[in-house]
Design a binder for this molecule. Structure first.
Ligand SMILES: [Zn+2]
Length: 401
C-alpha cells in the first residue's frame, strides 16, 4: 500500500546532482524542486491557484504553527490540510522542532539556520518578546506559545500524531535544531537525542500509518552542526533506519552549506530523496543540487516580497527605491510571470508606497516564479548536461562577479 516512491532519471557526471521524480498520493514532484512555504496552511498573500500558476509543485506547512492555531484536531475534522486549505498537490509538514527551538530555547542566543550578522540581529529582535524559554530533556521539549504564552509539550510521538492529523504526504521526524554557535559537547548531546527521537518518531509513524488508508512518507532529519564527523555519523545512523527520505537540518555557517551538505549526501543512501530544510538562496540552490539535494524549502521569496524586494537576474532589488516611481517597464522584461506580463515597476512601487495589499501578491508571484523557474532550469541543465554553463552564467550575473 506504499504510495510513495523516488526515481532518479538522470545524473550529472562527476557530481552528486540528479534529476528525478517523487511520487506521492497527491501527485508527482519533478526533482530537483523548490517547495513553496505555506506556514499557516496558506502561502501568504496567494490563492492556491496562484501558487500553481507560478509553477510550484508542492507546499510545505509548519507543524508548530498549525498545532497552536487552529490546532490539528480542527484540521483533521476538515478532512486534512489538503481539504482545509484547498491545495490538491503534494504537501510537506516539518516536525515543529525548528520553531520550538527558535521561538523558545534559543531566545537571546540568536539561533538561526545560518549564522550571519543579519540573521543574528533579526532573530534576537524577533525574540525580544519571548520572556520564557523552552526546556529540552530526552523526553521532549516544553515550550510556551508565541501567541498567548500558554505552556505546551512536544515530543517525537506527539509530533508524529500531529503530523498524521494534518495529513501531509511527506512529514519529518522530530529533531533538535541546535544553534550554529553551539559548542561541540552540546552538539554531541543534541545529536544523540535527535537519533533517539528519530527512532521513536519512526516507530510511532509506522503504527499510525498502519491504522490509516493513506500512506504518509517520513523523512529523518540529519543534524550535527558544523562538525564533519558528527554530520557523517548522523547520516550513517539515520541512513540505516527505514526512512523514506532525509531532511538535512541547520545549523550551518553561511560559507559552509555546500561543504556540510556534501559530507551528508556522501553517506546517505543514494536511492532515497534528500530535502534541505529552510535554505533556498540562489547560491544554495546551485550548490545544494550539485551536492545531491532533491528538494528545498525557504520562506525568502514571499517574505522579501512583502518588504518590496524582488529577485532579478542581476540580484535582489528593492522596488521601494524612488527611481522606480517612473519606471514603466516590467520588473524583468523577459520574465513570463503574471506580474511582469501585466504590471510595471512604477505601479508596484506605487502600491508599496500606498501600503496596498496587492503589492504582496504581485511580488510574491514574481519571486516564487523566479525561484521555481530557476530550479526548473537547473533540472533541465542536469538532463541535457549544461549545468556548469548555467551555473557560471547565472551566478556571475546574479552576484555580479
Ligand atoms: Zn516576473
Amino acid at each position: 500500500m506504499k504510495q510513495f516512491s523516488f526515481q532518479i532519471n538522470s545524473e550529472l557526471k562527476n557530481t552528486k546532482a540528479r534529476a528525478g521524480k517523487i511520487t506521492t498520493p497527491h501527485g508527482e514532484i519533478q526533482t530537483p524542486a523548490f517547495i513553496t512555504v505555506g506556514t499557516a496552511a496558506t502561502v501568504k498573500a496567494l490563492t492556491p491557484e496562484q501558487v500553481t500558476s507560478v509553477g510550484s509543485q508542492a507546499v510545505l506547512a509548519n507543524t508548530y504553527h498549525l498545532y497552536l492555531r487552529p490546532g490539528e484536531k480542527i484540521v483533521k475534522k476538515a478532512g486534512g490540510l489538503h481539504e482545509f486549505m484547498h491545495w490538491s498537490g503534494p504537501m510537506f509538514t516539518d516536525s515543529g522542532g525548528f520553531q520550538v527551538f527558535s521561538l523558545g530555547e534559543a531566545f537571546g542566543k540568536g539561533i538561526s539556520k545560518v549564522a550571519t550578522g543579519e540573521a543574528m540581529r533579526s532573530s534576537v529582535n524577533e525574540r525580544m518578546s519571548q520572556a520564557k524559554k523552552a526546556k529540552i530533556s530526552d523526553e521532549g521539549v516544553t515550550f510556551y506559545s508565541h501567541i498567548d504564552g500558554s505552556k505546551h509539550e512536544l515530543n517525537p510521538e506527539k509530533s508524529m500524531q500531529i503530523q498524521h492529523s494534518l495529513g501531509a504526504d511527506i512529514i519529518f521526524a522530530f529533531d533538535e535544531c541546535t544553534s550554529p554557535m553551539a559548542q561541540r559537547d552540546y552538539q554531541e548531546i543534541a545529536l544523540d537525542r535527535t537519533h533517539t527521537w528519530a527512532q521513536k518518531s519512526l516507530t510511532e509513524h509506522q503504527k499510525l500509518n498502519a491504522e490509516q488508508s493513506k500512506y504518509q512518507a517520513l523523512y529523518g532529519v540529519v543534524q550535527g552542526g558544523q562538525f564533519k564527523d558528527l554530520r557523517e555519523h548522523s547520516a550513517e545512523t539515520l541512513g540505516a533506519m527505514e526512512f523514506d527520505g532525509f531532511g538535512i537540518g541547520g545549523s550551518f555557517t553561511k560559507d559552509d552549506i555546500a561543504t556540510a551538505v556534501n559530507w551528508v549526501t556522501e553517506k546517505l543512501p543514494k536511492e532515497k530523496p534528500r530535502h534541505l530544510l529552510g535554505m533556498g538562496e540562489v547560491i544554495d540552490l546551485f550548490e545544494g543540487i550539485e551536492a545531491g539535494i532533491d528538494t528545498f524549502d525557504c520562506v525568502s521569496p514571499t517574505r522579501i516580497a512583502r518588504n518590496g524586494t524582488v529577485y532579478t537576474k542581476n540580484g535582489r532589488v528593492s522596488l521601494t527605491n524612488a527611481k522606480f516611481a517612473t519606471q514603466f517597464e516590467p520588473i524583468e522584461e523577459d520574465c513570463q510571470c503574471y506580474t511582469c506580463q501585466n504590471y510595471t515597476s512604477a505601479y508596484v512601487h506605487h502600491l508599496l508606497k500606498a501600503q496596498e495589499m496587492l503589492s504582496a501578491t504581485l511580488l510574491s508571484i514574481h519571486n516564487l516564479y523566479f525561484v521555481t523557474h530557476l530550479v526548473d532550469l537547473i533540472r533541465e541543465s542536469i538532463e541535457n548536461d549544461s549545468f556548469y554553463r548555467l551555473k557560471k552564467d547565472f551566478l556571475s550575473s546574479y552576484y555580479r562577479k
